[in-house]
Design a protein around this ligand. Structure first.
Ligand code: G6P
Length: 500
């Protein structure tokens, strides 16, 4: 499906991200004692989301991907100068690894990235920790990334930074590189309003770091507007053109633009087509869900922004106030453990466990368990099967940059019959619009009502809504998103060249 990417004319791309697209690890051969001779190196392929989507593009462009390597096997598979060719079986591009100490990972990843910027951008102000030491580590790690970038660019390079882990690197590259690569950044999470962002003690440096870019992309226009306003009011000596989305600062111009991300709709659809009903029945059987019990699904990283406790409480409210629903459907929560070294994430996991125990002991019977938590790793095809055969899905984040699960669910509806309950506070709500059942995740009663509505919606209406949604998801899929981003970069670069 990468064929549709053909018009791309950028041929020298360096992607920079926190997560690497391939990870090496040691595998035990046989039942040896773990000594070196008896293990071999295996490679984990990118799964889901951005790394999986960018990997085929990079294979086509033969570019360079800079990210940090993790662990002994990564080190052993990498050359002295940090390079490893990937994919391992049939090398197409270079993965350029840099190495971080445990202390750096703590301060930069578990610290400033995920205790300061992540909650700040998701308006979880009560969970922010702005620690001076973590901030300095974040800045130092960004400097390391920037140096790697500088070593790998010339005037024709497009550098593509990913996300909130790398806010300071662009300015450093601009100042330290002797060539002038084009700097592009995609910010995958929300950008908050100025009222929230100004609370960040490092707001100046974060903004200035990002203003080193030529182009910054966000998922939706509201995040662009928020960013423009933050730059205009928090960074001295900036000129902002709100209509054209341009910021001038320190003799350099940065364009800000919305590129709503999509999913690999065709391949998801194929996987869903291939997922047969007997696998679904055995999944239900494995989790003690009766063959005729209906299923409502939730698929999330266990993150406090995803609104999982709020959702479970809406289910509890429904079973309590409309007891006729007891025994009728099971809520299956696929929950992927995430960032567990951070106390706020541990608290969230405990809270989810507690609510599930409470609800299950309150309403459960010998024949029926109201909520099932699935924490096993599911192959993509199995996941697409869950999307396809469940009766409805709930995606109810309290705040979410885009949320691609919502789009994956839609892309899997090959029978045109699923119902999506979607939070108004997710970026994908703007992309999917009025054909979903909208909820405010903070409104327990309305949330419960939406679940009731999803489960009683007539087939004709379900078909009608799903068809409209599927069209949208296909028209704005991952490859069209990539094309839009690259075209935006290309156009801007041509304008810059014409000016100089
Ligand atoms: C969000 C972020 C990504 C991140 C992903 C998983 O979607 O925008 O940058 O990779 O969460 O989180 P993790 O911390 O495991 O990379």
């Amino acid at each position: 499906e990468t064929e549709s990417l053909a018009p791309l004319s950028i041929d020298n791309v360096v992607v920079v991200s926190n997560r690497q697209p391939y990870r090496h690890r040691y595998e035990q051969n046989g039942d040896g004692d773990g000594s070196r001779a008896e293990r071999s190196i295996a490679v984990d392929r990118p799964t889901g989301g951005l790394t999986a989507g960018l990997d085929p593009v990079m294979q086509k462009l033969n570019g360079t991907w800079i990210a940090w390597g993790d662990g002994e096997a990564d080190r052993d598979a990498t050359s002295e100068d940090g390079q490893v060719s990937v994919p391992p079986e049939e090398p197409e591009y270079t993965l350029q690894r840099l190495w971080l100490t445990d202390k750096e990972i703590d301060g930069y990843y578990y610290g400033y990235s995920n205790r300061a910027l992540w909650p700040l951008c998701h308006l979880a102000m009560g969970r922010t920790v702005f620690d001076g030491e973590q901030w300095r580590t974040y800045r130092r790690v960004n400097q390391k990334f920037a140096e790697k970038v500088v070593d790998n660019v010339d005037d024709d390079t497009v550098v593509w930074f990913q996300d909130y882990h790398l806010a300071c690197a662009p300015r450093t590259v601009r100042l330290q590189s002797s060539s002038s690569p084009f700097l592009l950044h995609f910010w995958h999470i929300p950008w908050p309003s100025i009222d929230a962002f100004r609370a960040c003690p490092q707001h100046q440096e974060i903004l200035k770091g990002l203003l080193g870019n030529d182009l910054i992309g966000f998922h939706v226009t509201q995040y662009c507007r928020n960013f423009l306003e933050c730059a205009a009011r928090l960074v001295e000596e900036t000129e902002v053109d709100y209509d054209r989305g341009l910021i001038r600062h320190d003799g350099h111009e940065t364009a800000v633009s919305a590129f709503p991300m999509g999913v690999e709709a065709d391949s998801i659809e194929q996987l869903s087509e291939a997922a047969d009903e007997s696998a679904w029945q055995s999944f239900k059987h494995r989790h003690a869900i009766g063959p005729n019990t209906r299923v409502v699904l939730g698929v999330d990283r266990l993150d406090y922004t995803k609104g999982i406790p709020e959702r479970l409480e809406a289910l509890e409210h429904l079973w309590n106030t409309q007891p006729e629903w007891q025994g009728q459907f099971t809520y299956v929560q696929k929950g992927t453990e995430s960032r567990s070294e951070i106390p706020a994430y541990q608290r969230l996991q405990n809270r989810v466990d507690e609510i599930i125990d409470r609800v299950n002991s309150r309403f459960g019977t010998d024949e029926w368990q109201p909520i099932v938590l699935v924490d096993e790793n599911l192959p993509r095809k199995t996941l697409c099967g869950l999307y396809r055969y469940s009766d409805a899905a709930i995606v109810s984040p309290l705040r979410d940059g885009m949320n691609l699960v919502a789009q994956e669910y839609i892309a899997s509806q090959v029978d045109d019959d699923g119902v999506l309950i979607l939070s108004e506070l997710a970026g994908s709500h703007e992309a999917l619009g009025d054909a979903v059942l909208s909820v405010n995740p903070y409104d327990t009663e309305a949330h419960a009502k939406a679940i009731d509505q999803a489960l009683t919606m007539p087939a004709a209406e379900r078909r009608n809504r799903t068809r409209r949604l599927r069209r949208r998801v296909h028209n704005n899929d991952l490859s069209s998103w990539l094309n839009d981003v690259f075209e935006g970069a290309q156009q801007l670069r041509e304008e810059q060249e014409a000016k100089s």
